[in-house]
Design a protein around this ligand. Structure first.
Ligand code: ASP
Ligand code: MG
Length: 304
């Protein structure tokens, strides 16, 4: 069985949820393969957006301050997961040096969308590196495969369009049967890809879409979106007055699509699933599950 898991920044916001990942992976049998799509931890993407804006406006002191905070946030997480002197600390250092270097040459580029896409993906890169190293450290077999190696897009920075054909060909090389059976668990990034002109992003909250796309191209058995809510709820549980929101157990792809399109305040949480995800799973009739990251006894919502 091939399962695509997507873990967003809403649930993975510190060391405790990263440790909790073990509870999910210990249930996989030796002939299960998983491809795990991570987005940036917590509010990292928002912070990186601010940092990019600061540097574009030449507010380098403020930008540098935020960047130091973001580095500290990642180091603190790593300190709770790894012993001192673990290679992860060098990896984090190296990534922040790359970010700093790219920011220092920003003045040479005029295109803000291009600059954004050369910086913001590092949130996903940091997250996936930390999780992959942690899995290796606790003995969960895995391989980190960067989306910037296989997820080919055009150069429409900030909301790049995926070249599905090229991506499919790349996946045959990067996530072929041999690789899957050797490593069992693949770790990769949502939301990011590459074009002939550099890194690209698929638009905010795009990691669900990456998960759906991988499900489609790898003919997965299931795509699971792990959330901080029990599943798709009949009302937006994050709005006050909706404390009695109930989980919907089953939905068809079209039901979900309709729900998302009509989602206005008070109804289903409009961002529960990125809309582009649905077409990808629907095309290959892959079941999509939206389930609680913390309550592993609940099956959440099954969309099929
Ligand atoms: N990290 C990106 C964002 O916050 C992508 C995602 O979370 O899906 O928009
Ligand atoms: Mg995110």
């Amino acid at each position: 069985m091939i399962v695509i898991n997507k873990f967003g920044g809403g649930v993975i916001n510190g060391a405790i949820p990263i440790k909790h990942l073990f509870e999910i992976f210990k249930s996989y049998s030796p002939d299960d393969y998983s491809v795990n799509v991570f987005s940036a931890f917590g509010k990292t993407t928002n912070k990186l957006e601010k940092i990019v804006n600061n540097y574009i406006k030449a507010e380098t002191i403020e930008g540098k301050k935020l960047l130091d905070e973001l580095k500290f946030f990642h180091i603190e997480i790593a300190q709770e997961l790894f012993p001192k002197n673990h290679t992860i600390f060098f990896i984090i250092e190296d990534i922040f040096q790359k970010i700093q270097h790219t920011l220092s040459i920003i003045g040479q580029h005029k295109n803000a969308a291009y600059i954004y896409d050369q910086i913001v993906p590092f949130g996903e890169i940091l997250a996936s590196q930390i999780v992959s190293e942690y899995f290796s450290y606790i003995g969960i077999s895995n391989k980190l495969i960067h989306a910037t190696d296989f997820l080919k897009t055009d150069s429409n920075f900030n909301s790049a369009n995926v070249d599905k054909k090229a991506t499919f060909e790349n996946l045959k090389v990067y996530m072929g049967e041999g690789i899957l059976s050797l490593y069992k668990n693949i770790i990769t990034q949502g939301f990011i890809g590459f074009s002939d002109k550099g890194m690209t992003t698929l638009g905010r909250e795009g990691s669900d879409y990456t998960a759906g796309l991988l499900g489609n191209l790898l003919n997965a058995n299931k795509v699971i979106l792990w959330k901080d809510v029990p599943g798709v709820m009949d009302k937006d549980p994050k709005l006050s007055g909706n404390e009695n929101a109930k989980k919907i157990n089953f939905l068809t792809y079209d039901n979900l699509d309709d729900l998302l399109q009509t989602a206005t305040s008070g109804l289903v949480h409009p961002k529960i699933v990125h809309p582009k995800t649905i077409n990808e799973v629907k095309e290959k009739r892959i079941s999509l599950q939206v389930r609680s990251f913390w309550d592993l006894n609940s099956e959440g919502t099954l969309i099929s």
